[in-house]
Design a protein around this ligand. Structure first.
Ligand code: C2O
Ligand code: CU
Ligand code: CU
Length: 474
């Protein structure tokens, strides 16, 4: 896809899904996973796998305190698993990689590993929704097949709101803009190209599948549209950024920066919701699965000005992300307060133990694989078995880039190597961008639920190549 195609289509926002019932304290939703086509590249039809047939899937917006039930129906030709990333939910509703929903048709197909809790055609996920307001996302999590499934479209947003967040004077309504960023590659006929599905594609220009890199595409999509533009009023906007790419990391910057504002991103939230206080940044780093919410004040620009969101980690076509066009002056009664929330720092002195987790590549037989403490993923191997309520410190070590994600819990970053936490490590995190040869120390409390959960590298190709482990809260 030639870059001159860029900035020609408007940004769209995934539709908000309506509950099919809201009886008692429970909101019930229904989602059908099905094959569909989407016009992503002008004039071409791209076959996708979509939640309700769209890519990204519909957005769920749920309120803290109301239970959320999502009934999924699998009309795809393959088994699926739904995981709510960032959700604090019971083990059987977390989307364990072997807890598969077999296809509606062909229920005889038993492609599951490890004898998980398999259901036929449909599965009902129950979410407590007893957690802070935050930008979560749901995506496929099938054993060995998460990369291809997400690449074909199985990802969507799930926003949790609460009273604390709603009381803040942050920009809202259509000034609260979700931006789901993903890279993809397309064949000449519009089909998505995923190198490990079609082996020869590794050689395709624009598609990189280095063993270390994971799968990278040459087209940057925002909410499913390549390099879109968005007309914005010259007022503050809240941007909810999610990196839903399989493997690509971004360093996002506004080009040009507004005159006299070297740090135009005012970060208000990260993976686990509001920060205690806003932080300003000149750029934003986002690894796979990370979220950052920032407020940008477009009144700092002239009406008529075009402002690009660029990716300093990209090359060629992947240096561009999207364009904001400053349309008109408008009234703005939003602002970013100096205090956003209260975050209780977890005290390292209360940690009952400390563990090392080493994320590294290893030869397994004739193949390269990715391991944690030398172990490729196995449903039976438990790396850690904290008791419910235990506070633990984990030392994470990486050989290459590995965005490390823990299910069930959120954590705080104590330090990176001998240094302070990084610029983007504040607040509650569920995914940490670990860089080559880096060590980070995180602290978390294993509470909420008992059971066996996974933690893994969120480079989806590394995850599928076994860089995943279990912890079991007892
Ligand atoms: Cu976003 Cu285990 O995943
Ligand atoms: Cu997760
Ligand atoms: Cu990795």
């Amino acid at each position: 896809v030639p870059l001159p195609e860029a900035f020609r289509k408007p940004l769209t926002v995934p539709p908000v899904l309506k509950p099919t019932s809201s009886a008692g304290g429970t909101d019930t939703y229904e989602i059908t996973q099905r094959e569909a086509t989407a016009e992503i590249i002008d004039g071409l039809r791209t076959p996708i796998w979509g939640y309700d047939g769209i890519f990204p899937g519909p957005t769920l917006v749920t309120r803290r305190g109301r239970r959320t039930v999502v009934r999924h129906r699998n009309e795809l030709p393959v088994p699926t698993v739904v995981h709510l990333h960032g959700g604090r939910n019971a083990q059987r509703h977390d989307g364990y990689p072997t807890d598969q929903i077999l296809p509606m048709s062909g229920a005889h197909m038993s492609a599951h590993h490890g004898g998980g809790d398999v259901s036929h055609g449909t599965r009902t996920y129950e979410y407590d929704t007893d957690q802070r307001a935050a930008t979560l996302w749901y995506h496929d999590h099938r054993m060995d097949f998460t990369g291809p499934s997400v690449w074909r479209g199985l990802a969507g947003l799930h926003l949790i709101t609460d009273d604390e967040e709603r009381a803040l004077p942050l920009p809202d309504g259509d000034r609260d803009l979700p931006l789901v960023i993903m890279d993809r590659s397309f064949a000449a006929d519009g089909g998505l190209r995923y190198p490990s599905v079609d082996k020869d594609l590794v050689k395709t220009p624009g598609v990189t599948s280095g063993y270390e890199a994971g799968v990278l595409g040459d087209v940057v999509l925002v909410n499913g549209t390549p390099w879109p533009y968005k007309e914005v009023d010259a007022v503050r906007h809240r941007l909810r950024l999610l990196n839903a790419s399989n493997a690509r990391r971004y360093r996002l910057r506004l080009d040009p920066a507004p005159d006299g504002v070297p740090e135009p991103f005012v970060q208000v939230a990260s993976d686990g919701g509001l920060l205690a206080r806003p932080l300003t940044h000149p750029y934003l780093d986002l690894a796979s699965a990370e979220r950052q919410e920032v407020v940008v004040d477009f009144s700092r620009y002239r009406v008529g000005q075009k402002v690009r969101l660029v990716n300093d980690f990209g090359e060629g076509s992947t240096r561009q992300v999207m364009e904001f066009r400053i349309a008109r002056k408008a009234k703005d009664d939003s602002h970013v307060p100096r205090t956003l929330s209260v975050i209780e720092p977890l005290d390292p002195g209360r940690a009952v133990r400390e563990r090392d987790m080493v994320f590294q590549s290893k030869s397994i037989g004739d193949n390269h694989g990715w391991t944690i403490n030398g172990e490729p993923f196995s449903v039976d191997h438990v790396h850690a078995a904290p008791r419910l309520g235990d506070i633990e410190i984990w030392n994470l070590y990486a050989d290459f880039h590995h965005p490390i994600h823990l299910h069930l819990v959120h954590f705080q970053v104590l330090n990176r190597g001998t240094k302070e936490p990084g610029r983007f490590d504040h607040g509650w995190k569920d995914t940490l961008d670990l860089r080559p040869a880096e060590q980070a120390r995180i602290i978390t409390r294993f509470d909420g639920h008992r059971g066996k959960y996974v933690f893994h590298c969120h480079n989806l190709e590394h995850e599928d190549m076994m860089m995943m482990g279990n912890f079991e809260v007892r």
